[in-house]
Write a protein that binds this ligand. Structure first.
Ligand SMILES: [Zn+2]
Ligand SMILES: [Zn+2]
Ligand SMILES: [Zn+2]
Length: 358
C-alpha cells in the first residue's frame, strides 16, 4: 500500500476518513488511486455505505446517479443490518475487500461488476452463517461469498486451528477467492494447449484431477510431509486449483506488503541483514512462455527484498511477544509458482489496453 497525504501535508492511510492534523474530511478515490479531501463543492462524493453505515471511505463522482462506490456496487448481498453485531463485522469485511480491489486495480487488472458484465464480472455475497447455515466462503461463477463470521476474530482463530492453518485472515480469503475468479475469467476458456494453460499445468499440476475426491483425501490424510518444499501452505497441496489460489493470494500479499514497507521508508538497503538469496532458477518461467533473463532477475530481486523485510516483521513480532507475522517459507518451487503468478498479473494488467476503472 502506498503512503497518502492530505492537502495539509499530513500522512493519511488507506482507511482514513478524517485528517488527524487539519480535521479535513478525506476519502479514497479509486479512479486515481489516491486519498483526496472531500468538501461540499468537491467533484467527488462519499459512498452511501460510508455516510449511512460507516463501513466505507471510498468516493464516487458527485454527478453520478449512483450512490455506492465501485467496491460497494459489487455487493449482491449484504449482511442483515437489523442485527447490531453484523454492522461491526461488515465494516471489517468491506475494509479487506477494498484493499484487495485496490491492489488489483493498481496492478492494472480490470474489475467489471456483474451488472456491467454478467458473464465475466465480479460480485460479492456477504452473509453470516448464523443467518444461513449453508453459507461457506468460496467462489462460484464470478460470485465471491464471504461468511461474515470470519470477521469475528474468535470464530476465525478457532477455524484456523481446526484446519491447521498458520495464517487465516479476511484479506487472505478475498485474495484466495479472487484467484478462483481469475482462473474462471482469464484461464479456463483458453485452449488447453495454449502457453498460459500449459504453464499453469507445469507449475501447479493437472487441474482436471477430481476436485472433490482430492479435497476429501486432503481432509482425511492431511498434506504430504514435505509439503513446505513444494507449496506455500499445507492447504495448497489439496488440488492444483487450491495451489494456484494460495499462490495468487500470497503473490498479492507480497505486492501489498513490500509496497507498504518501502513506501514508509523501510528499505532493504537500510537493514543490518544480508539479503536472502535464491538460486537463479527460482525466477524461471515454464519453458513454453517467452523467456527473459532480465524479467526473471527483476522478479527475484523483488521477492528477495520481501523475504528480507519479512524477517524484520517476524523479529519485531517476537519482541512484542507475538507469533510471527509472516509464518511462511518460500522454497525454490514456491518461488517459481509466484513467478508464474507475476507473469499472469502482468499480462492481465496491461494498463495501456484496459481502462483502470469501469
Ligand atoms: Zn490534513
Ligand atoms: Zn463504498
Ligand atoms: Zn479455494
Amino acid at each position: 500500500m502506498k503512503r497518502f497525504h492530505c492537502d495539509c501535508g499530513n500522512v493519511l492511510f488507506f482507511g482514513s476518513s478524517v485528517c488527524l492534523k487539519c480535521a479535513g474530511k478525506v476519502g479514497f478515490d479509486p479512479a486515481v488511486g489516491l486519498m483526496v479531501r472531500v468538501r461540499p463543492e468537491s467533484v467527488m462524493k462519499r459512498c452511501e455505505n460510508g455516510t449511512l453505515h460507516g463501513v466505507c471511505n471510498w468516493l464516487l463522482p458527485a454527478k453520478s446517479s449512483a450512490v455506492l462506490c465501485l467496491a460497494c456496487q459489487m455487493n449482491q448481498t449484504i449482511p442483515d443490518l437489523s442485527i447490531a453485531r453484523n454492522r461491526l463485522l461488515w465494516g471489517r469485511v468491506e475494509m479487506a475487500k477494498r484493499r484487495m480491489i485496490h491492489t488489483l486495480l493498481d496492478l492494472g487488472i480490470s474489475l467489471p461488476s456483474k451488472r456491467e458484465d454478467l458473464r465475466n464480472g465480479l460480485a460479492f455475497d456477504l452473509v453470516s452463517s448464523f443467518s444461513n447455515p449453508n453459507v461457506t466462503t468460496g467462489h462460484l461463477n464470478g460470485v465471491i461469498t464471504i461468511n461474515l463470521e470470519e470477521a469475528d476474530d474468535t470464530y476465525r482463530q478457532i477455524n484456523r486451528q481446526h484446519l491447521n492453518e498458520s495464517s487465516r485472515t479476511l484479506l487472505g480469503h478475498f485474495r484466495h477467492e479472487s484467484a478462483h475468479y481469475f482462473w474462471m475469467r482469464n484461464l479456463s476458456e483458453l485452449p488447453w494447449d495454449s502457453a498460459d494453460r500449459l504453464a499453469f499445468r507445469a507449475r501447479f499440476g493437472d487441474e482436471w484431477l477430481d476436485y472433490s475426491a482430492t479435497l476429501n483425501a486432503y481432509y482425511q490424510n492431511g498434506a504430504p510431509v514435505d509439503w513446505d518444499q513444494r507449496y506455500i501452505t499445507a492447504y495448497a497441496s489439496s488440488h492444483p486449483w487450491e495451489d494456484w489460489a494460495e499462490t495468487w493470494a500470497h503473490y498479492l500479499q507480497i505486492v501489498d506488503g513490500l509496497e507498504t514497507c518501502e513506501s514508509l521508508g523501510i528499505h532493504v538497503k537500510h537493514l543490518a541483514l544480508d539479503l536472502v538469496m535464491l538460486p537463479g532458477d527460482a525466477g524461471l518461467l515454464p519453458s513454453m512462455l517467452p523467456q527473459s533473463a532480465a524479467a526473471d532477475g527483476a522478479f527475484l530481486a523483488w521477492l528477495q527484498r520481501w523475504m528480507c523485510l519479512s524477517t524484520v516483521l517476524n523479529e519485531i513480532a517476537s519482541s512484542l511477544g507475538e507469533a510471527p507475522l509472516y509464518p511462511f517459507v518460500i522454497s525454490v518451487r514456491v518461488a517459481q509458482k509466484l513467478r508464474l503468478a507475476h507473469h499472469y498479473a502482468q499480462s492481465w494488467g496491461a494498463p495501456s489496453l484496459k481502462p483502470r476503472v469501469h
